[in-house]
Unconditional design. Structure first.
Lengths: 394, 609
């Protein structure tokens, strides 16, 4: 099974000055289930189409194992029909004039597989995908989910080393999505195929992939496991793009005394010459209490929105709006004053360039110190910071 | 586990490398080569004749050396001056130009006023027999224009012209020249022919119009007069304008009707003037007239493009408005149907009945039993100078019919297939310039009315040029001229079909490992079978009805049904001529029915079964 390597892959469509894919380098290992995740127009589908060979690169290189399939430098381009890579289109692109079975065995016929074996392989893949009973139907007589399974079967029948999927779940309704998700996981396990899929939907990415590559404006933002991407976003875009409700962003400014106090000791651990611009916390990490102490911030409850089994609470801190999500029924009412405790280990900081600031000793939890009020005065402990230089002066 | 490779700054590939890479990519895309070949092919087939005739108007033609005091082939302004400014320019150009514009304007005005009313009645009212009228009102458009012209002469012909008299004449009623020939009957017939087009275009717009827009105005308290003039009419204005321009352009190029009804009183249009100039070997003058016709065509199209651009500003998004709500006509319900019925009577029943009766009557206009005979269809040993058998027993008729099928049929198949290939090349070609050139060049014949295009073809292919032998007199010139003339429609429908199909089915086949030939043979052409069949039948029907190309390019050995019937007319075999015309109308009508079968429900079922 092949490994796919992209090296500085760039694609610039005719007439566009901005590249659609900009210097993307990544490796997809054998047997990996990877998602290219990003908002629409970020170049993820273009990458998929370049790997398949339907588009060609403007610069950079694509290699399958050690074979370079597209490189401007080496002036080489292997057309899609010779790459042995499967691609399932977003709209399935089934051939309307062929039955399901003919759609599935089209690739095998081209490979001149003997009729007997062809039949066996078709039946095998169709039964695995549970479409055997529709073998004699035409695509227009199938539902969306069935059509998608036919599109999958069509590609799996020729047993490609790599399977590319374009937005595999986006055209399905809620129940079908769950069903298809399980189906794809199962497929990955039984066939052991390397799968790369494209999605703009974080739910799709999180639930399916074991590696996520987040993209924005043609550039790769971060690669990691779903957990890593969620817990340690490399920059503000990734932090904001992943998570629902969205991560809370609070602009750090000197007028925001309480928050500054709260965050100051942690900011002190920033590397020299880095300045935090924005502080961020996930909605579920905020803890609401009735009792105020030195480590809580007073907030107003603006709005309580039930979302079926969980609640989203809109809070206001001066001009900032924060969202808190909780699984337990809130005991407060809209308009009430509340105290919010922001655990320091859950706080993320981003500098002016929107990069995440990595603290010198990560994951060191000072919260017990905060709670016990035994925190050494940060101003004393770190006299350099009396002017709070970690906040970039406006 | 994936790793983010170190983004080593690679040098930007130089131009040479990028060009070689593009070539490596393009090598696997046959659409590029195909686009290039098609572009060269059409440049020769379409652009060259048009340029050739434009050049012809500036160089001394063979036989004109003495008049121009110049050698053959040298530059001259003689033809321009002669046609535009000389003492006979009035006869050569200005009067025909005035007549042409007057005919076009009159036709547009009357067909629009009648057509819009009928479109509204059929689509938006509870007129009696509405569904039946929706089909019946379209029939005149399926019949060739000169069917009506022949029916008209059968009834109204007077003593100005020799030969068999018209019905009214033989009944003792003398028709005046202004009724029998010239402006009035020409416009009358063109109005009959083009009103269905208005009904189609405007009716479509009316049906697509979201009734919620009218409802909103009604809710705000607008009376129906206000709704009609400030909501409905402005919204369907683009459709009205495109109908106007389409009819106008078609009228400019109309040849057969003025040829039959204008010639007896020397009422010339540009098209007949061009024919007369060619017939009298004034090729230079013909070239100038063709140029004038082309200029009018280009101007019409430019206006159309401008209008369409404006129209796009208020594209109405179709909603789910209730289209079945019809205006109650009340007491006017029956008169409304009477109006539509009168149109069908005059536009379909009377002409066809007249033509049919004329073919079974020995003496015109005498309605006695012994005057009726089927001899002109199936008789033999008639006491005429020539054509001693009924038309169905005459070998020349079947020869002409066979020629028609071969010439029109093969050109339709060629243009249908070429249209699909053009659509493929335009959408797949990696070079923007080639695909837009291809798109425009195949549309060019639309600007050039058939008669001018035929003249252009004559100018280029009448003599041997380079490796191409002289084609005049062969069926080949007719076939390629027909192909070129039908390319605007063929390429448009090809491009539309390929756009609708999208790239994905073919890309999926590439991924599955199919090379270009199997992609074309197993994916593209089977999926496009329906559009392809329509793309072949449509040119076939209009080719069968067409007159202008044949009358200039055909010779007796390449006789087709149209030229055969016109020649029979010239020799006063009126009954036989009308019989041939009826056969043409029959073929055209059957073809239209066939198209509706294929493009309508037939295709959908075909794909499912």
């Amino acid at each position: 099974m092949p490994t796919i390597t992209l090296t500085n892959l760039t694609k610039c469509y005719d007439g566009n000055t901005e590249p659609s894919v900009d210097q993307v380098s990544l490796t997809v290992e054998d047997g990996e289930f990877m998602c290219l995740l990003g908002p629409s127009g970020c170049g993820k589908t273009t990458i998929l189409r370049m790997i398949a060979g339907i588009e060609h690169s403007t610069s950079g290189e694509i290699a399958v194992d050690d074979l370079v399939v597209d490189s401007v430098h080496q002036s080489c381009f292997i057309p899609p029909e010779k790459r042995r890579i499967g691609l399932v289109f977003q709209n399935y692109a089934l051939w309307p004039h062929m039955t399901v079975e003919r759609n599935v065995d089209f690739g095998l016929r081209l490979q001149k597989v003997p009729a007997q074996e062809r039949k066996e392989r078709c039946v095998d893949v169709m039964s695995k995908l549970r479409i055997l009973e529709y073998a004699d139907r035409y695509p227009s007589q199938l539902s969306g989910g069935q059509q998608q399974r036919v599109a999958l079967a069509r590609m799996l029948a020729v047993n490609p080393g790599v399977l590319l999927l374009d937005e595999p779940l986006s055209n399905l309704d809620a129940t079908l999505r769950l069903e298809m998700r399980a189906e794809l996981r199962r497929l990955h396990q039984t066939f052991g195929t390397t799968i790369i899929f494209v999605s703009h939907d974080q739910w799709e990415a999180m639930t399916l992939a074991n590696t996520i590559a987040v993209m924005n404006k043609g550039q790769l933002q971060q690669i990691g496991t779903p957990d890593e991407i969620y817990a340690e976003p490399s920059n503000r875009f990734v932090a904001e793009f992943i998570g629902n409700p969205k991560i809370n962003l609070i602009k750090l400014k000197e007028s925001n005394d309480e928050l500054m106090n709260l965050a100051s000791h942690i900011l002190a651990r920033l590397p020299e010459s880095k300045f935090a611009d924005v502080c961020a916390i996930r909605p579920e990490e905020i803890i609401l209490t009735d009792t105020a102490n030195a480590n809580t911030l007073p907030m107003n409850i603006e709005n309580i929105m039930p979302t079926g089994g969980s609640w989203v609470i809109e809070l206001s801190l001066d001009e900032d709006r924060l969202f808190h999500s909780t699984q337990s029924r809130p005991k407060w009412r809209e308009g009430e004053q509340i105290n919010a405790y922001l655990p320091t280990h859950s706080l993320h900081f981003f500098d002016h360039d929107e990069k995440r600031l990595v603290l010198s000793e990560t994951h060191l939890d000072y919260s017990h110190l905060l709670l016990s009020s035994a925190l050494p005065n940060p101003k004393k402990a770190n006299p350099k910071n009396t002017n709070q230089p970690f906040v970039k002066q406006a | 586990m994936s790793t983010l490779l170190n983004a080593t700054e690679q040098k930007k590939p130089n131009l040479w490398r990028r060009a070689r890479h593009s070539f490596a990519v393009a090598r696997h895309e046959p659409a590029n080569l195909m686009g290039l070949v098609l572009a060269i092919f059409f440049a020769y087939l379409i652009l060259a004749p048009v340029l050739s005739i434009l050049v012809d108007s500036f160089i001394v033609q063979s036989g004109d050396e003495v008049r121009t005091h110049q050698d053959e082939g040298s530059f001259t302004l003689y033809y321009i001056v002669r046609t535009l400014f000389s003492r006979i320019s009035e006869i050569l150009l200005w009067q025909p130009l005035y007549n042409t514009l007057a005919i076009a304007a009159g036709t547009v005005m009357f067909s629009m006023s009648i057509g819009v009313v009928l479109a509204w009645l059929v689509n938006r009212t509870n007129m009696a027999g509405r569904a039946w009228f929706a089909t019946a009102l379209i029939v005149p458009f399926m019949l060739p224009t000169w069917t009506f012209a022949l029916a008209w002469t059968t009834i109204f012909k007077n003593r100005t012209v020799g030969g068999q008299p018209g019905w009214l004449e033989s009944l003792g009623i003398t028709t005046s020249n202004s009724v029998a020939y010239g402006y009035f009957p020409i416009v009358f017939i063109l109005v009959l022919h083009y009103t269905p087009l208005v009904i189609l275009i405007v009716g479509n717009a009316l049906r697509r119009l979201d009734t919620q827009m009218e409802d909103s105005a009604r809710v705000l308290g607008a009376p129906s007069r206000v709704i009609t003039f400030s909501i409905v009419l402005p919204l369907i204005r683009p459709a009205l304008m495109s109908a106007v321009l389409l009819i106008f352009a078609d009228c400019i190029g109309e040849f057969a009707v003025p040829y039959i009804l204008g010639l007896p009183v020397r009422y010339d249009t540009l098209a007949t003037g061009l024919y007369r100039a060619l017939d009298t070997r004034q090729n230079g003058v013909a070239a100038v007239i063709a140029g004038v016709i082309m200029i009018i065509g280009v101007m019409t199209l430019l206006i159309d493009v401008r209008m369409m651009k404006e129209a796009r500003r208020f594209v109405t998004v179709g909603g789910k408005g209730n289209m079945d709500r019809l205006r109650k006509l009340g007491r006017m319900r029956i008169p409304a149907s009477g109006f539509a019925g009168a149109f069908v009577l005059i536009g379909v029943v009377l002409p066809l009945l007249t033509l049919f009766l004329s073919t079974i009557m020995i003496l015109p206009g005498r309605f006695t039993l012994e005057n009726f005979t089927f001899d002109y269809w199936i008789g033999s040993n008639l006491d005429t100078v020539a054509l001693r058998n009924g038309i169905l027993l005459t070998p020349e008729f079947w020869q002409a019919a066979w020629n028609t099928i071969v010439i029109v049929g093969s050109s339709s198949i060629i243009s249908g297939v070429l249209g699909l290939l053009v659509g493929y090349a335009v959408l797949r070609c990696s070079f923007k310039s080639v695909s837009s050139f291809l798109r425009q060049i195949t549309f060019l014949p639309y600007l050039v009315p058939g008669i001018a295009f035929a003249a252009a073809f004559l100018s280029l292919f009448a003599v041997a040029r380079g490796p191409i032998p002289a084609l005049y007199g062969t069926p080949l010139i007719l076939i390629i001229a027909l192909v070129a003339e039908k390319m605007p429609f063929a390429s448009r429908s090809g491009i539309a079909a390929m756009t609708q199909l999208g790239k994905e089915p073919e890309e999926a086949a590439r991924i599955a490992g199919a090379n270009w030939l199997s992609r074309m043979g197993k994916i593209i052409i089977p999926i496009q079978a329906g559009p392809l069949a329509t793309g072949i039948l449509l040119p076939f029907i209009s080719g069968i009805k067409g007159v202008s190309l044949f009358i200039i390019l055909a010779i007796p050995s390449t006789d087709v049904l149209t030229t055969y019937s016109l020649r029979l007319l010239d020799y006063n075999y009126d009954q036989a001529a009308n019989a041939v015309v009826l056969m043409i109308a029959l073929i055209a009508w059957l073809g239209t029915v066939l198209i509706q079968k294929i493009s309508g429900t037939g295709l959908a079922q075909g794909l499912e079964n």
